[in-house]
Design a protein around this ligand. Structure first.
Ligand code: MN
Length: 522
């Protein structure tokens, strides 16, 4: 169907199909840039087809539409149209630089580089791989393009050969959906999870779908009546300009919650929720009071994510109520800004900003604040335990604050950006095992740190190390992207010198206890 549409349309109609999804009209130069990128991509990929048999441009067209829907600017959308040219066509980097400039080339190269990382199904290294995706992206727009690309790939996964489907779906579930979640992009997170779910867990998917079907029938019967009394109460209390909607939880997140609740679907209270969007924060608390006056709240289920936002920046009031007719409903109350942030997250901060000179800098600071160092580098960042909700708003890391303050002294936004990025990414290096698994280590780590990160038995018997195929001394510092191979010998033992070559506490501790053991033996 998409193919038919695209064939019949003129170039300007195709571009309009994309740009009309954006919430604000594009300036003329923006439209011109997207049109140029469209024509360029269509020509470069003219001989390519997707697994579905559709012309390749359909994929690029849909990726660009996803980016426009997220509110991204003309340069990001253009890079989205061009994201596969380097990898899949004969077009050179120089040609792209000539036609579209360094910024767009940088975005395309970033997406191409990310394409080389693959999830190989080793859960132990999943967290490192997620971090690596982010570290390698540098410019967060690269990550957003990659997510928009992945969304369309998942929507068309049915056409991909079966033996590849599962790996792609697992990668989506383990890497891309969690990244979308941590960037606060809940709508995208939900879509990616629900598209991948049936490929990774076919039976569970069918079970949950059936359970939900029964459950939602029960709820909907009462819902209209409850919404009517809610509207009446809000009007009576003088709360105006509210927008009330009804949302159903994603299948995959319902499945995960159902598992946590010992497979009792009646214990999953937020399958369906009423969402109330109001003009101000004051209105949020006012509406919460009105609702608790109308229905009895369930104890322990009132959550103030406005005073205590989640680590990914999510803000809202939540309460769960007994409606009196036997149903239990979750209610979410938030302002329009919080609602936009909750659905689009990081992306919503790019809206309207791209293209206004100098603004990228303040954007980037905002993004870094939102991301928060802790979201990525704390040990428990992979889990969404209640602790995150109970803790007060995540503090902006000191270095981000300092850099934001120092911004006034720096005349060149580019210089500032470079400093900020360097600082953000200088904390960790990401290296590979010969099998391609990712291990992340503190900067200045050596092969010894690497060996102990894999297994203490390997650490305790290092006889040599190869980095990128070459033998190196054990104190050699590792760099991003290095492939490290540890050679072991049963007779090799740690020496006290090694402690000086290490950066990680794990390695130092293990070496020390191995040395003590040796002493005792002697
Ligand atoms: Mn693609």
């Amino acid at each position: 169907m998409a193919e038919e549409n695209i064939k019949e349309q003129s170039l300007s109609e195709k571009v309009k199909d994309i740009t009309s999804l954006h919430t604000s009209p594009f300036p003329k130069e923006g439209i011109a840039l997207i049109t140029k990128a469209y024509a360029f991509a269509e020509n470069a990929h003219k001989d390519h087809k997707r697994y579905s048999g559709e012309p390749y441009i359909v994929h690029l067209h849909e990726t660009a539409k996803n980016l426009a829907r997220l509110g991204m600017g003309a340069r990001t959308i253009s890079a989205g149209l061009l994201h596969d040219v380097i990898e899949d066509t004969a077009v050179s980097e120089a040609e792209i630089r000539n036609e579209f400039g360094d910024e767009i080339l940088g975005l395309i190269e970033g997406v191409t580089k990310l394409g080389t990382l693959k999830y190989r199904g080793l859960k132990r290294h999943t967290e490192s791989l997620r971090k690596l995706f982010v570290a390698m992206s540098k410019d967060l727009r690269v990550l957003i393009i990659k997510l928009a690309d992945r969304l369309h790939n998942m929507q068309t996964l049915v056409h991909v050969p079966q033996h590849k489907q599962r790996r792609i779906a697992e990668e989506t579930l383990e890497i891309f959906a969690p990244i979308a979640y941590r960037l606060g992009m809940r709508a995208l997170n939900r879509e990616l999870e629900d598209l991948a779910f049936p490929y990774v867990y076919p039976k569970e998917h069918a079970d949950i779908k059936k359970l939900l079907k029964q459950k939602s029938k029960e709820t909907e019967v009462h819902l209209e009546k409850n919404l009517r009394s809610l509207r009446k109460a809000l009007a009576k209390e003088g709360v105006r300009n509210t927008h009330i909607s009804y949302r159903v939880k994603g299948l995959y997140s319902t499945y995960k919650k159902w598992l946590r609740k010992n497979k009792d679907i009646d214990q999953v209270f937020d399958i369906s929720a009423i969402r109330i969007v109001v003009p101000t924060v004051h209105d949020c608390y006012h509406v919460l009071g009105i609702i608790h006056g109308l229905w009895r709240p369930m104890p322990g289920r009132i959550k103030d994510y406005i005073a205590f936002p989640k680590p990914n920046g999510y803000k809202s009031l939540h309460t769960t109520i007994f409606t009196g007719d036997g149903s239990i409903i979750e209610v979410q109350i938030r302002t329009e800004e919080m609602d936009r942030d909750a659905e689009y997250g990081i992306a919503s901060h790019f809206i309207y900003k791209e293209g206004e000179s100098g603004n990228e800098t303040s954007n980037f600071v905002r993004l870094m604040q939102l991301l928060s160092y802790r979201t990525w580098f704390s040990k428990d960042s992979g889990t969404s335990k209640a602790t995150s909700a109970q803790q007060p708003g995540v503090a902006t890391p000191l270095w981000v604050q300092q850099l934001a303050e120092a911004q006034a002294d720096i005349t060149e936004p580019q210089e500032f950006l470079d400093n900020l990025r360097a600082d953000f990414f200088q904390h960790r290096v990401f290296v590979f095992t010969p099998a391609g698994d990712v291990v992340d280590l503190p900067v200045d780590s050596s092969s010894i740190d690497f060996a102990y990160a894999i297994h203490s038995d390997i650490g305790n018997h290092i006889s040599g190390a190869k980095v990128n195929g070459k033998l190196v001394s054990l104190d050699t510092k590792l760099h991003n992207g290095d492939v490290v191979e540890i050679q072991t010998k049963q007779s090799s033992k740690p020496s006290s010198k090694w402690i000086d070559f290490c950066k990680t506490g794990v390695a130092k501790r293990k070496i020390q206890s191995a040395l003590q053991m040796q002493e005792q033996k002697e």
